[in-house]
Write a protein that binds this ligand. Structure first.
Ligand SMILES: *Cc1c(COP(=O)(O)O)cnc(C)c1O
Length: 377
């Protein structure tokens, strides 16, 4: 699915130099390189503050803590996403309220958000799934009308650009009150371990986030709020600092692989290629198809069989995500039943993600596409 080894070989000198620099300085935690990276990423994204933390899940948790939400407050998230989005809500004693997604873009359905709002609703967490932004015009409008916070889960969409209806553009994670991202190795900007960050333009929120990520401490050993310990270590920052200047070309490489897939599969009766939101660029964290089963065949069984046959040919293909949040054992809730979120449930049965990374060459793309076309007959 990913090829981090080839990518490393292409920039080995820069990476090795960065890591060696950290070892030579022995500033393994809170080294200057972390500040440098935060500043360079902030400049790249056009956001005022980047606060690096231990991972993307921590970023989401710290964001909700910084907003001062209280147990029982409701937070709206899509039901078709990675579990971390709702997990942090539950961990904090807040109430995850899940809503359906748009079947074409896989992203949170603003009308469903509107219907889910109650007097206890405090925040919306849209996820820019697979690398394309959710409908942020509608989300920000709803948040404005109901005085809600917006925390963007941009873990899969770093560097995607959204164009608002009024022509204003912004990067994924830089539109809501706080944006969160992950630097997990397979993410679009990945380090060589765990890492994550929060984005905000709000000085007060930024100060609070910094304190919470550092044991709730502003003055050393004086703890003004309950915090956590979550930080990006210097070695990871060095890797990210070396990779950041390549982010634009990495995104272009993903987009070019996606264009190849699109060109080959467009119009095929068994394949629906990823539908673009015209207001967002797509940075293709994943290239995710929907498969259409022949009449009379079970959709999930058909998809699972196609996937198994791709695997037999040595092609990894993954299902992101096979079970929507409301059907996950740990999150079962009498409010929700199978059938409540038809788009998410249908997607869980028909999606298939193909290999997607920055080093896919024509030979690999030809092999992957011709194999899938063979299997589909
Ligand atoms: C990866 C991811 C996360 C969590 O990031 P970690 O760094 O693995 O904690 C959260 N949300 C989404 C949508 C993700 O893809």
């Amino acid at each position: 699915m990913v090829d981090l080894q080839t990518q490393y070989q292409q920039i080995k000198e820069e990476i090795d130099k960065g890591i060696q620099g950290v070892i030579d300085s022995a500033a393994f935690v809170k080294g200057q390189i972390v500040n440098d990276f935060q500043q360079h990423l902030a400049e790249h994204l056009g956001v005022k503050h980047v606060i690096a933390v231990g991972n993307g899940t921590d970023a989401l948790q710290i964001a909700l803590m910084a907003l001062g939400l209280k147990p029982g407050d409701e937070v709206i998230t899509p039901t078709f996403t990675f579990i971390a989005t709702a997990e942090v809500v539950a961990v904090l004693g807040l109430k995850p309220v899940v809503v359906d997604v748009d079947i074409d873009t896989f992203n949170i359905d603003p009308e469903a958000v509107r219907r889910a709002i109650t007097p206890k609703t405090k925040a919306i967490v849209p996820v820019h799934l697979f690398g394309q932004c959710a409908n942020m015009d509608a989300i920000m409008q709803i948040a404005h009308e109901h005085h809600l916070f917006v925390v963007e889960d941009a873990c899969q969409a770093i560097d995607a650009t959204y164009t608002f209806a009024n022509g204003h553009t912004a990067k994924a994670g830089c539109m809501g009150h706080i944006g969160c991202t992950s630097f997990f190795p397979s993410k679009n900007l990945g380090c060589y371990g765990d890492g994550g960050a929060l984005f905000t333009d709000d000085d007060e929120l930024a100060a609070k986030i910094r304190a919470i990520a550092n044991h709730g401490m502003v003055v050393r050993y004086h703890h003004d709020m309950i915090g956590v310990n979550s930080r990006l270590d210097s070695i990871q920052a060095a890797v990210l600092e070396a990779k950041l200047p390549h982010l634009t070309e990495y995104t272009a490489a993903r987009q070019s692989a996606a264009a190849y897939y699109d060109k080959t599969f467009d119009g095929h009766p068994r394949i629906i290629i990823p539908v673009r939101n015209p207001q967002s660029t797509h940075v293709f964290h994943q290239y995710t198809l929907r498969l259409v089963a022949p009449k009379g065949q079970d959709t999930a069984a058909f998809r699972d069989d196609v996937r198994a046959r791709l695997n037999e040919k040595g092609i990894p293909a993954m299902i992101y995500y096979p079970v929507p949040l409301h059907m996950q054992k740990a999150y079962l809730d009498p409010r929700y039943r199978a059938g409540d979120f038809p788009a998410a449930e249908q997607l869980a049965d028909c999606v298939l993600s193909l290999p997607m990374h920055t080093c896919l060459d024509n030979e690999q793309l030809t092999y992957i596409t011709s194999s899938l076309l063979d299997i589909l007959g």
